[in-house]
Design a protein around this ligand. Sequence first.
Ligand code: CO8
Length: 257
Amino acid sequence: MAYDYILVERRGRAGLITLNRPNALNALSAGLVGELNAALDEFEADDKIGAIVITGSEKAFAAGADITEMKELDFVTAYRDDFISEWDKVGQRRKPLIAAVAGYALGGGCELAMMCDFIIAAETAKFGQPEISLGVIPGSGGTQRLTRFVGKAKAMDMCLTGRLMEADEAERAGLVSRVVPVGDVLEEAVKAAQKIASFSLPAVMMAKESVNRAYETTMAEGIRFERRLFQALFATEDQKEGMLAFAEKRSPQFNNR
Ligand code: CO8
């Protein structure tokens, strides 16, 4: 499928989606988000892909929702069309998503990064929810995911003042998993995706589902949920192969069943 606003590649079993609207700092237009979801649909359905990286440019992962597109929007239209509900689809993907972030990740850009399962940041990354300076608030999880990830004090500070958080602070606060030099950020994310994709896909998907469950439920329920998934994995060929390979001191050959 041909895309106008993104580039799509395969690197072994890792899928790579590069946001590509350089003249608008990858502002997230309806067209771009539609294409992103279409590319994610394709990778989700592809047995040869085990994990996906979403990245932008060195200057911007994405500088937010497209303000020129939004500025004339009125309440009735936004409500009737459930404006930006489409976005949440990104966060409902079942294969792991890694955000490789350099430069600005602002507004919807920060929210997109947070919809991914983890964020690998370049030293140049800057995260922010500056919607307050436009007369609105975050609309795609910025007040919810950010608060869960960095806590109330920093989330309030960012959402109320619009201040940006640089990569080192983001790592200390738990927003990003690793910070690397800007020239390495994509390679590091692709390597992580390839590593994940080398494991048993059902196990990977269940690990993701189980970690995410921690945000939705009590500890006791979460532990029960985890245990059931753990037990279920003993029905897979990959569990037999993984443990046999360990015993035979060789690398496992998972076939994702
Ligand atoms: N929308 C549309 N165009 C943009 C956006 C944007 N969010 N950000 C940058 N651009 C465009 C600029 O208008 C400019 O275009 P042109 O060259 O035609 O004038 C081009 O990108 C380059 O930008 P700048 O010249 O401003 O570059 P600077 O290096 O001077 O500044 C900044 C970089 C600081 C990132 C600056 O561009 C900026 O402040 N951008 C807006 C950031 C922002 O407010 N983001 C939040 C948007 S609101 C939002 O995301 C709501 C989320 C709702 C949920 C998500 C659903 C989509």
